[in-house]
Design a protein around this ligand. Sequence first.
Ligand code: NAG
Ligand code: NAG
Ligand code: NAG
Ligand code: CU
Length: 693
Amino acid sequence: MDQAKNALFKGQITLAFHRAMASTFKPILLLLLFSIYTFSAVSSHQHHPLDPLTPSEFTLVRTIVKKSYPGPNTYNLTFQYIGLDEPDKPIVLSWLANPASKPPPRLAFVITRVEKQSHEIVVDLSTRSIVSDKVHNGHGYPLFTLAEQFLAIELPQTYEPFLESIKKRKLNLSDVTCSTFSIGWFGEATSKRVLKLLCFYIEGTVNLYVRPLEGITLVVDLDEMKIVEYFDRFIVPVPKAEGTEYRASKQKPPFGPRLNGAAFVQPDGPGFKIDGHTVSWANWVFHLGFDVRAGPIISLASILDLEQKAYRQVLYRGFISELFVPYMDPSEDWYYKTFFDSGEFGFGQSAVSLKPFADCPSNAVFLDAYYAASDGTPVKISNTFCIFERYAGDVMWRHTELGIPNEIITEVRPEVSLVVRMVATVGNYDYVLDWEFKPSGSIKFGVGLTGVLEVKGATYTHTDQVKEDIHGTLLSENTIGVYHDHFLTYHLDLDVDGKDNSFVKNNLETIRVTDGSSPRKSYWTVVSETAKTESDARIQLGLKASELVVVNPSKKTKIGNNVGYRLIPGSVTHPLLSYDDYPQIRGAFTNNDVWVTPYNKSEKWAGGLYADRSRGDDTLAVWSRRNRKIENEDIVMWYTIGFHHVPSQEDFPVMPTLSGGFELRPTNFFERNAVLKTRPISRVHWPNCTTRP
Ligand SMILES: *[C@@H]1O[C@H](CO)[C@@H](O)[C@H](O)[C@H]1NC(C)=O
Ligand SMILES: *[C@@H]1O[C@H](CO)[C@@H](O)[C@H](O)[C@H]1NC(C)=O
Ligand SMILES: *[C@@H]1O[C@H](CO)[C@@H](O)[C@H](O)[C@H]1NC(C)=O
Ligand SMILES: [Cu+2]
């Protein structure tokens, strides 16, 4: 067991005891102890090629990179990104075919800032050497580190013009806190690595985002770490603190209804196993990775086929590639708010520690994750992931047969699935991200939006006063919830029964009956079309009825259908900005809901490797223009799930979760219903409990 794993399991034990002591519900205590027992019995082995970098590997990367920059520069070198440079797919696949063989070398991909330049460095951890080091000459900048954002938000505290502005507003400086905002790109010829600071008032509340000091903007040059521009344009009232509190301890009666306790109990312990980063449960096995930019990365998801008595590949790799959040207020103080939450702020870096019994159910097991700080040292995020079996009382399948004389047959199988969850809190917003594996073969992707809206301070206290477009909803006195979107673009490298796949559009087409052969005048039928090149696979959903399937053209079921997995999309949400608008040029990867590209290890980030201040020259939309061949090739599907958000008063002062999601579902992949022979879950009997019949 290596250091990291050791720490990880120690962490779980401490946590479990903590949880158990907080609980008066004895059976759960027993259950958790059981689960610790199960999970500390993990076998130790060498790295899986897709394992994320360990704390000791981060330290090694730091040492190797610093050594190659001797002299005073070393002190100014910052690590903007360190992550696994995963082996190219053919290498991983050949290792998988013979996992006893020597694993491929461990490489790290690093982006540093040195003397106002971004360096892309590849480090070989096995030979402890630098493989390559090149300066990025294109547009855009790497991820913001937490350290530089912390430094930046301290700057106003000693900036004279800002202190004047606070005085002018008769506010207490000690109650002012600032936050960082990326500034996008609006056609300017040259750009600097800058961000904007907006400030908030925390007197009488912790809900700072709903108390903006509207009118004040500071621009910070991150390479110089100083304020380079300052604006104090106007004064509007700071929305009041009253009614913005969300902590349970600060609420006053009347309170809402108290709900009875409820838990999913597993007297025999959790039904899944974790070996290193590989999770196996029911008929599924997959690898769970973590990246400071992407957050969770699911790889090598395979499902056991009972008839073939073998695991069959479904998903080689899946992760959220980018998250684009443009706001819809074009005014001087708001127009630039067009965030790339993954490429600018890091979805993994934004992961927060999950709270047992609240973020995840009582039967969840928690895992930690690590990333490298700006100085290259490893940082642990405890309880980054929770993994749990979900039983919510739903039906997996059922049938009641009433057609047999003197007999009623009812067969029902309850739905139990496995969920991997992470929460990323990017400033004001919280994203609850679920990967749900179902024994039927489906993978469901859940996205929950919650947290605090980004609001604009205003003079209005009633909608009667509003005579202009305020670009949002008046949520409370002096408070506008500004219209915006959330677009999450998923990278889904399906390898259905092997790597060479095709993308098929099963178009549902209306046929007119004109020859009098039927009393009907019309019906619909399926006309299949296989995408030959990338241009055939740029799909805007909702324009045409079609089922989108990734098939393996060389694998058929016994009766001759191509094995496949289809996309069941979420609600259809196209971007509404004009294609020639700067944010949409940068966010052009959302112009289509679905794209398919050939596998290319360097095409990972839909908004570009350098998303901050990008100009749209390295997006999925640009790659797709090469119009490469995608038929019977190793292909990647990209799917964007979007939300147009018109805020409402219920979203204030904190927003109840707005849920969305989509599904990848087997389509002629199995010979028949894969859960036909799933056995019913065992009944749990509690001593001293009576159950109603
Ligand atoms: C490093 O940073 C310090 C303080 O920010 C600065 O004074 C110094 O000139 C920088 N050195 C180099 C080599 O850039
Ligand atoms: C500033 O702080 C003082 C002392 O705590 C308090 O009485 C006053 O209300 C505060 N002013 C504002 C505008 O928050
Ligand atoms: C892979 O992607 C990169 C970045 O888009 C591109 O420069 C390179 O030519 C691509 N390789 C192939 C074989 O298409
Ligand atoms: Cu929203």
